[in-house]
Design a protein around this ligand. Sequence first.
Ligand code: AMP
Length: 392
Amino acid sequence: MLSYVDEIEVKDKKVFIRADFNVPLDQGIITDDTRIKSTLPTVRSVLDRGGSVILASHLGRPKGKVDKKYSLAPVADRLSELLGKEVMFIEDCIGKEVEEKAQHLKPGDILLLENLRFHPEEEKNDEGFARKLAGLADIYINDAFAVSHRAHASVEAITRFAGQKGAGFLIKNEITYFKKAMGEPERPLIAIIGGAKVSGKLEVLENLIQKVDKLLIGGGMAFTFLKAEGIEIGKSLVEDDLLDTARKVMKKADERGAKVILPVDCVVANKVDAEAEYKTTTINDIPADWLGLDIGEQTLKLFKEAIKDAGTIVWNGPMGVFEIEPFSKGTYGVVDLVADSPALSIVGGGDTDVALHRSGKSDKISFMSTAGGAFLELLKGETLPAIKALEH
Ligand code: AMP
């Protein structure tokens, strides 16, 4: 059984919260503090009930060495502004000084530790390192959903040494929404999957096809499916070794009475470039030396029709090379479709989140996962190692 922070007595206790403060920084300035804000409910829950908080996180990829560029110091300042109280910061996450600081914490105090990944032991899931982290507090709470698909010391090994353990509200939210969407979904359940390659999401497609009523495929990966159907796709992205797999996914859908909906038109260009020559064609007219970089208007109409009666929508991956304006309409068109749908909508993945943020329509989505990799693991049907570890 997984306990959540609000079910654990924290009065006069020290609570170690593993957060995800992996925020984007531009010369030490935080350019997006969404991740810090996401952990506030968990932090406040402990503080309000008379506990003290020790916060730990990774930031970037310092590769096991101290690299000031990845210091969490700016996060301490931002956190302090958001909470309206002092957040102490210490320049390491283990060691004598850290232990002393932790020992003297009083109810209501907050201490932020320095980047966990300054120590190579973090990513090695090292037990000695995990034991030291766990020893700083009475209770361990994981609220770092975005790294919970990894067995790292501060999310996995640490659970073996923690007194009491549980998950924070951010993870609670992720799991609750995910179960709603994939456990006993309001049907029809529709998945929209895009992105570059089939290979990156093969297991996701294989798992989804067992559960969804309709699978809408866009992005680069659609061309492997189209080619598998015998369509000439020009120079579009394709994975020839996965043509059979694509056919298997479509066959499985057939057997279950589920529908796979592929693009019927696309924006083709002579190169992947903002200055490229481009036009929209049906998928039967892709010029031999051009490549498909976005779904077309007719496809968007088809997708609109397909999700019209949706009970639940799960979306991951852009519909085209949305980073380049001429090839972004498909992705933003799907943003509109999902945002306007009354269905329960769950969106996850780095690029999909970027598109949603840019569109300013994030608040019209029922739930936006804070994770890319961990979200995909759930879509594959996997249990995340760090969440599993909290259950023992
Ligand atoms: P993924 O990480 O698999 O979700 O892939 C995201 C990337 O897929 C984005 O950077 C898009 O530019 C890229 N992408 C989407 N559609 C296409 C396409 N038709 N051809 C090439 N790349 C694409």
